[in-house]
Structure formats: structure tokens, C-alpha cells
Design a protein around this ligand. Sequence first.
Ligand code: AMP
Length: 176
Amino acid sequence: MNIGDRLNKELRTIADFPKPGIMFKDITPVLENPALCRDLVEALCDSASKLNIDAVVGIESRGFLFGLPLAMALNVPFITLRKKGKLPYKTVSYSYDLEYGSATIEMHQNTIQNNWNVLIHDDLLATGGTAKAAAELVKMEGGNIAGFSFLIGLDFLGGKEALRAYSTNIISIKEY
Ligand code: AMP
């Protein structure tokens, strides 16, 4: 079975969580399968290794789970991108609109060096709003967007189109 099918088999889909109409892709069963986790990191690493990555930026919180092992496999720094108020040192922030209200994400200052090729990683791509905000913050800090990587892409929600302006390198292990 290929890696996408193995991931699909372990994912649990929960209807109407956290609100009606959302088909939530629960990756916690995947985390209980160490051989699959190792192979997922290897597959992400294989796809990203052509991109000349200088750092991986992981999006809170599920983007940390595979983001750090991916950065370790690529032998580059891992940078955490968090919700407002979570990071203890000096931060840079970016605010963006949600369906209702807005959200702010933060990163520690001076973690990205000028012209670094940055890979943005999260567990899942839906509309692309979160990854797009991450890309804006990375650009504000002087980084280039080398690509995006996800375990899962919900392609019918149009996330790829939203991200294409930043980079056409959009990796997902399993697309729906
Ligand atoms: P978006 O900004 O619309 O691309 O949403 C992506 C973010 O929301 C990621 O951090 C995902 O973890 C989370 N997310 C959105 N939709 C789902 C879903 N159907 N299942 C699991 N996580 C989701």
C-alpha cells in the first residue's frame, strides 16, 4: 500500500466537529503507529529535499508533531509559529481575518535570516488561510517561501489556489 493510502487508513474522520458541517480529520490514531510516523516523515523529507530548505516553520499545534522531525531529517532549524501570547521572548505578529472575527499569529523575532528558504508545515490544508498568514509573517521577517508541506490536503476547499501566489511547491501526502 502506498503512503497516502496507509495514512488514509489510519485517519479518523469525525463528522460535525468542532462545528456542524466540518468533517474533522483526526490524526491521533496516526501518532499511535510509529512505523507509519517514520515513513510519513521520510516521505515529507523526500519531497522537500529538492527545495533547498534553510528552515521549517511549524504551525501550532498539530504542525509541530511532524514539523520538528521533518526539520531534523532535513537537518535545518525548526521554528514555532504560535497563537498570540504564547511565545515568551520578543515576537513579530501578523493578524488575519477569519470567517467570524480575526486571529493573530506570532513568531520569535530574528529567527529567520534574510533570504532563507523556508518550508511552512502544518498537518492539514483546508482553505489555506492559516498557511497564507504564516507565509506573510515569514516574508515580513525576510524569508522566501520555498514551499508548503501538509500530511492532508482537502483540495475541494481551494487551499492550493490560495497558496500558489507564494509558492507552487505544495506537498501533501494524501489529498481528498
Ligand atoms: P485553513 O486555514 O482553512 O487551511 O485551515 C487549516 C487549519 O485548520 C490547520 O491548522 C488544520 O489543523 C485545521 N483544520 C481545518 N479543517 C480541518 C479538518 N477538516 N480537520 C482537521 N483539521 C482541520
